[in-house]
Design a protein around this ligand. Structure first.
Ligand SMILES: CC(=O)SCCNC(=O)CCNC(=O)[C@H](O)C(C)(C)COP(=O)(O)OP(=O)(O)OC[C@H]1O[C@@H](n2cnc3c(N)ncnc32)[C@H](O)[C@@H]1OP(=O)(O)O
Length: 414
């Protein structure tokens, strides 16, 4: 029997959630409260299922998202999530069918990019996605870090840190987060529901542990950051505390807030290890410790993947630090964004148009996802053989235009 791929209806939804649980190797159970919670927040027109008879054997969902660009602008994205194909139906082309239909609709709708967080690196490059940002997680050995043990966590710049609760974070968090999107590219927006789920409201898939919250206020009283962290309760045989603080969320808009919040977490009594959670790779954390080697890198992996759908909007929506022009020849096997484009950029603004001029650089559209947010280097792509330099020096010129002082980063997994 052939497998039919289509948008799901309300009555299909419990079966869709069951397929999702199965694909993500979570217990194949779908309590009524889970169905009610997820249904109330689902856009069924953008929720695809693959039907083998009555059984749903694959899932795929997308939603509207805003992603910050270099210079504080934003792009509307088709955010893709909850992609699964049941083990009985894998490698029969179901992901490819769901992906091509979703991307075609997104292009038609006018979304500039599609985004996702990849479960495994090799899955999405074939569909034109490239990793636009990377993430690092550190484990800090607090006793080796060299911080002054007399520190109380009080910032030394006139600011202050106060304990808070989830309700306060839901009030003050969105504005801090919005300001962060103004200073760092690649930040995916957080909806009201995201704030609720992230602070323990709504139906939680895993048992909820209430974290500790602390808020940083600058000398003038402005909320410039906050941290949410949990702690275990571990003591060794000699009755010494060996607790780990795990940072669940840390948003800091200013460097002072970033420094103060890490100092705070690394100076809590009984805490001997701090796990940073997924952070921007250029976070200040290791270097603000007197002994940066006390921060062991646990991971350094791809984070937000971007598939460019509208080259002109993507290249015009960001700022450029210097003046320069480039002609890019983009290959796109799926016919969504390929072609030759001329970019004329300067700190005053940028224009990007289709052109027949001869190209300076040629690469697959997936590489534009890695370059446009400023993280990857065109020189490195050329050295890898993933970009063809058609004009000598073009890759270095591209780097002067595209690269950014702060690396792009998005703290949320969706
Ligand atoms: C955004 C997110 O939700 S990320 C979560 C992704 N989901 C998971 O990882 C859950 C477990 N895995 C799965 O459910 C499935 O294996 C999926 C969704 C990753 C792939 O679904 P499938 O229907 O098997 O993929 P499909 O048959 O369309 O494969 C298309 C191509 O991608 C390749 N491919 C698919 N999955 C993988 C993978 N995990 N690693 C490497 N290659 C892969 C296939 O081999 C195929 O290549 P080909 O065209 O050269 O033959």
């Amino acid at each position: 029997m052939s497998v039919d791929v289509r948008a799901v209806t309300e009555s299909d939804f419990p079966g869709w959630l069951l397929a999702l649980q199965t694909g993500f190797l979570r217990p194949p159970r779908v309590p009524d409260e889970l169905v009610a919670d997820r249904l109330a927040n689902a856009d069924l027109a953008r929720t695809q299922g693959a039907f083998d008879g009555d059984r749903i054997v694959a899932t795929f969902r997308s939603f509207r998202q805003e992603v910050s660009t270099v210079g504080g602008g934003s792009l509307t994205a088709d955010a893709i999530t909850q992609v699964t194909v049941s083990p009985t139906h894998r490698r029969q082309g179901l992901l490819s069918r769901m992906m091509s239909s979703d991307l075609a609709v997104a292009k038609e709708r006018g979304d500039a990019i599609a985004t996702l967080i990849a479960a495994e690196y090799p899955i999405y490059g074939r569909y034109g996605f490239g990793p636009a940002s990377w993430t690092t997680e550190w484990s800090v050995d607090v006793r080796r870090a060299g911080l002054d043990p007399r520190r109380t966590g009080r910032p030394d710049d006139g600011g202050r840190i106060d304990l808070a609760d989830g309700e306060e974070i839901r009030k003050i968090g969105p504005e801090v987060y919005r300001r962060l999107a103004g200073v760092r590219a690649g930040i995916t927006d957080r909806t009201t529901r995201g704030w609720e789920l992230g602070t323990g409201l709504g139906y939680q898939l895993d048992p909820w542990t209430e974290p500790f919250y602390a808020v940083y206020r600058s000398e003038s009283g402005e909320v410039d950051g906050y941290v949410a962290y949990t702690a275990d309760d571990k003591w060794d045989d000699a009755k010494q505390p060996v607790n780990t603080a795990s940072v669940r969320d840390l948003i800091a808009v200013t460097p002072a807030a970033e420094r103060a919040l890490w100092q705070y977490v690394c100076s809590i009594d009984w805490i001997t290890t701090v796990r940073s959670g997924y952070r921007a790779p250029d976070e200040l954390l290791p270097l603000l410790l007197p002994d940066p080697r006390a921060a062991k890198t646990l991971t350094y992996v791809d984070m937000l993947w971007v598939r460019v759908l509208d080259v002109v909007r993507v290249l015009e929506s960001r700022t450029y630090p210097v003046e320069g022009s480039l002609v890019l020849d983009l290959r796109d096997g799926d016919g969504l964004a390929g072609g030759r484009y001329r970019l004329d950029a300067s700190p005053a603004g940028a224009s990007c148009v289709r052109t027949t001029d001869s190209a300076d650089l040629a690469f697959d559209v997936a590489e534009l996802g890695t370059l446009a947010f400023g993280d990857e280097s065109a020189v490195r792509l050329a050295r890898l053989g993933r970009a063809d330099e058609l004009t000598p020096g073009a890759a270095a010129r591209a780097d002067l235009l595209f690269r950014t002082p702060l690396r792009p980063f998005s703290p949320d997994i969706f």
